[in-house]
Design a binder for this molecule. Structure first.
Ligand code: ZN
Length: 318
């Protein structure tokens, strides 16, 4: 399904100009943070090259557009997912077999390969051949959030398109229009670094109520033994809590350095932040180091209970 709020408009305008000038390449590598709308934009591009209406393309209404939206177009394929599973040689073999065939009904066959950093070496080598000798009327769109680990040989055969997060202000406004409280909308937009996809994920994970709980327990309640015990028993909860704390203390440091409150994710906690900002840099970096260390322990599946207690002591100034 295509979610229009996640399509990157400026990238689409660029593709639209290229298509109007008959200058679309046969392979693109979309590079951008996770959940920044790369797949949605790739699907929108698949629609644009196959749209049956005169203009504007994609119309979203014609048969081709609708089939692509519903994932039922026989010539538009999405390979790979956002799980950690790698893209295997069989996936690429399937792609190659399709790429060689005549299109069923599309003007341009489109292959979208998501998160290509997860591709096995064997699969990458098979894909390279297709990129070197492109089939006519075939468009390959690869996506990645970690271009550093994508093979240079693949990168050099694709045109790279960089995605930047949609603006934090735009997301804040969008969420407010949807009925989210002002301060929560502001936090969500900042905490997701301006990625709408990430914002939606965070809302699903009930990040707002978790944030209140974590900040209340860690900053206002010194007798939080049972909270720490629950956290140590649940690695996922622990990681999320530690991330929230890290972003809070990052804000404290920025505030201390004179950054405007409107630029901070936790702007609704000004009183608490000012209290901590009054402490020394060394003291604050110690807290931040403690949070990072605790997160490393959770990542390594080690017991985090002692580290969380230590962190509490640092936060309370002991
Ligand atoms: Zn259309």
């Amino acid at each position: 399904m295509i979610n229009p709020t996640q399509i990157n408009d400026s990238v689409m305008q660029r593709f639209s100009r290229l298509m109007a000038n008959h200058r679309l390449a046969h392979a693109y590598l979309l590079v951008g943070p996770k959940d920044s709308g790369k797949t949605q934009t790739a699907l929108s591009l698949a629609q644009m090259v196959n749209c049956e209406s005169e203009s504007p393309k994609p119309c979203g209404e014609c048969t081709a557009c609708r089939k692509i939206i519903s994932g039922n177009h026989p010539d538009v394929h999405v390979i790979g997912n956002d799980e950690t599973e790698s893209i295997k040689i069989e996936d690429i073999r399937f792609l190659l077999s399709r790429a060689h065939l005549m299109a069923y009904e599309a003007k341009t066959k489109v292959f979208i390969i998501r998160d290509i950093e997860l591709m096995t070496l064997e699969a990458a080598n098979a894909l390279l051949k297709t990129l070197e000798e492109p089939e006519a009327n075939t468009l390959m769109i690869l996506t990645t959030s970690v271009p550093e680990i994508v093979l240079d040989t693949i990168k050099s055969r694709c045109h790279t398109v960089k995605f930047f997060s949609s603006s934090v202000n735009r997301i804040t406004q969008l969420l407010i229009d949807e009925g989210v409280k002002d301060q929560d909308a502001h936090f969500l937009a900042f905490y997701s670094e301006g990625c709408m996809g990430k914002t939606r994920k965070l809302i699903k994970q009930e990040i707002i109520s978790r944030r209140h709980k974590v900040l209340d327990e860690m900053l206002l309640n010194r007798n939080n033994d049972s909270f720490l015990k629950d956290l140590s028993a649940d690695p996922q909860e622990a990681v999320q809590a530690l991330r929230l704390l890290l972003s809070f203390f990052r804000d404290v440091l920025l505030l201390k350095c004179g950054v405007s409150i409107t630029e901070l994710a936790h702007q609704d906690c000004l009183k608490e932040m000012e209290k901590f900002a009054a402490r020394g840099f060394e003291d604050l970096s110690l807290i931040i180091r403690q949070i990072v260390q605790a997160k490393e322990l959770v990542d390594e599946n080690l017991n985090v209970r002692m580290s969380l207690s230590l962190l509490r002591e640092h936060i309370w100034g002991n």
